[in-house]
Write a protein that binds this ligand. Structure first.
Ligand code: COA
Length: 168
């Protein structure tokens, strides 16, 4: 069967599948707690998209829609997606699954910001992402890469010295 990207539902099966991924942490645990406490319904939409091989989840990413009022990356300021936790299980790498997930995110029609992990820059560049000039106050240790749809530009960078001082 050909691989396809789908929106993941929050249920016990999905949350069990998540344990196979290296980047498993508070986000997943809080979804589990919310499910157990009936704060969210079984099969609610999650912020995750994934690719299955049969019953097994083999690749995933999370996408959060960030409101334009918090946008400091794009010009004009607008709603954008923050892409996190992109991960393809080792046995499935190099077969285009990472690309499929990122292309799916692009198809949603909004700019995308991600934090490129060490060594992953060539992957992001291949997919049309560009690095952003590091702004310590905004980026706080991240290595931001963005994807710009047509008509969207990078926000102008602030001159040095402007903005909040460290520890202020
Ligand atoms: C990075 C990662 C998501 C790539 O997924 P993948 O399914 O193996 O990548 P794809 O097969 O879709 O590759 C797409 C293109 O990027 C290239 N590419 C993939 N990983 C690369 C890397 N580390 N360096 C350079 N090029 C890379 C591929 O060669 C391919 O190019 P092509 O289409 O011209 O052949 C995967 O290796 C992974 O999960 N790594 C661990 C977690 C991680 O680093 N996540 C990145 C988020 S910070």
């Amino acid at each position: 069967m050909p691989f396809a990207v789908e929106r993941l539902k929050i249920n016990y099966k999905t949350l069990e599948e998540f344990k196979k991924f290296r980047e498993y942490g508070l986000q997943e645990l809080s979804m589990l707690e919310d499910l157990q406490a009936n704060i969210i319904e079984d099969d609610a939409d999650s912020p995750f998209y994934g690719i299955y091989d049969g019953d097994a989840l083999v690749a995933r990413m999370s996408l959060y829609l960030i409101d334009a009022k918090y946008d400091r990356y794009f010009d004009p300021p607008q709603d954008f997606y923050e892409l996190m936790k992109l991960e393809v299980l080792p046995a499935y790498r190099g077969r285009g699954l990472g690309r499929m997930l990122v292309e799916h995110a692009k198809s949603l029609g909004k700019p995308i910001k991600t934090n490129a992990r060490l060594g992953s820059a060539p992957f992001w560049e291949k997919l049309g992402f560009v690095p952003v000039k590091y702004d310590p106050e905004r980026d706080r240790g991240e290595n931001p890469y963005v994807w710009l749809p047509d008509g969207v530009r990078l926000a102008p960078t602030k001159p040095r010295g402007e903005g909040r001082k460290p520890n202020a």
